[in-house]
Ligand binder design. Structure first.
Ligand SMILES: [Zn+2]
Length: 147
């Protein structure tokens, strides 16, 4: 998989792209369509994030869209975090309420397992695996809260 900057540079190729230094480029801005080959500054920021700056005032999103890209294409792919409601959770984007909901769900599972065991019913393989997953999720929640 290529990094975000490779993708952006490939798309900017027709816009008189030229290198302006280490990890820095200039090009015509694809969003407002001017012919000034210095209108758009391109750089690489922390964690390989692609930086786009149109000196004419176009929003980063407009520039990305003009290249057929989404804002998310400017960010390097991150390993998947744990999921809530089908959407990938971003760091620090989980509200305290969401975190507690998740914790509540995992606790309920643990309580059900505990009462099964107390009643003399051993946990089957998949329930045990699910319980381990619950522990891992709670641990990730903790990391998330401390991030
Ligand atoms: Zn522009």
């Amino acid at each position: 998989m290529s990094s975000p900057i490779d993708l952006v540079l490939a798309r900017l190729e027709p816009f008189r792209l030229r290198q302006a230094g280490r990890d820095r480029w200039r090009a015509c801005c694809p969003a407002h369509g001017g012919s000034n080959p210095s209108a758009l500054s391109v750089g690489v920021g922390a964690e390989d994030l692609v930086l786009l700056r149109c000196w004419h005032g176009c929003e980063v999103e407009q520039v990305a869209h003009a290249l057929g890209l989404e804002l998310s294409d400017l960010f390097p792919a991150k390993p998947p975090q744990f999921h809530t409601s089908g959407k990938p959770a971003r760091r620090r984007l989980l509200s305290a309420g969401q975190a507690l909901d998740l914790l509540d769900g995992e606790m309920t599972l643990a309580v059900v397992c505990a009462s099964d065991m107390a009643a003399g019913r051993p946990l089957d393989e998949s329930t045990r695996a699910r319980l381990l997953q619950a522990a891992a999720r709670v641990s990730m929640l903790k990391d998330e809260a401390h991030a």
